[in-house]
Design a protein around this ligand. Structure first.
Ligand SMILES: [Zn+2]
Length: 154
């Protein structure tokens, strides 16, 4: 959740991920899509990359990953490719989620990661809700400024 909040401060959608091996944190990351202009820079991908780099191995056999939001298709597939043992996620994502929704990646993946969803669901969901709420209010605020007000300053 801390990583999610850091992602928000960087202007990205607040999602955080932590890779854990026997209660030991191996890596953590927050969404960096906006900061590094990379559509694949989701928290899960970055956390997996960092863990693999630290271990000098493409596999995270027996490792677990904690994510604040249900992973998307790309991340669920990456979790399976890394052979992560168990995925714990917070909020459910009905639109882009690919674990309990949509393509349900682990039903078809060769390595079937165990899934435990809804961990601190309310708190994880609230971070996202607040982020989008602020964004909406900001956009509405900008659209409500009459054009004449900006033109008259010329
Ligand atoms: Zn993703």
């Amino acid at each position: 959740m801390e990583e999610a909040l850091k992602a928000e401060r960087r202007g990205s959608v607040p999602v955080g991920a932590v890779v854990v091996n026997r209660d030991q944190v191996v890596s953590m990351a927050g969404n960096e899509v906006m900061r590094i202009h990379d559509p694949t820079a989701h928290a899960e991908i970055l956390a997996i990359r960092r863990a693999c780099l630290a271990l000098k191995s493409p596999l995270l056999d027996g490792f677990d990953i904690y994510v604040t939001l249900e992973p998307c298709t790309m991340c669920a597939q990456a979790i399976s490719l890394a052979r992560i043992r168990r995925l714990y996620f917070g909020a459910y994502e009905t639109k882009y989620g690919a674990v309990e929704h949509g393509p349900r990646i682990f039903n078809f993946a060769i390595h079937k990661t165990e899934v435990i969803g809804g961990i601190r669901e309310t708190q994880c969901g609230q971070i996202l809700h607040d982020f989008f709420d602020r964004k909406r209010k900001f956009i509405t605020h900008c659209h409500n400024i009459p054009l004449s007000a900006t033109e008259s300053r010329k």
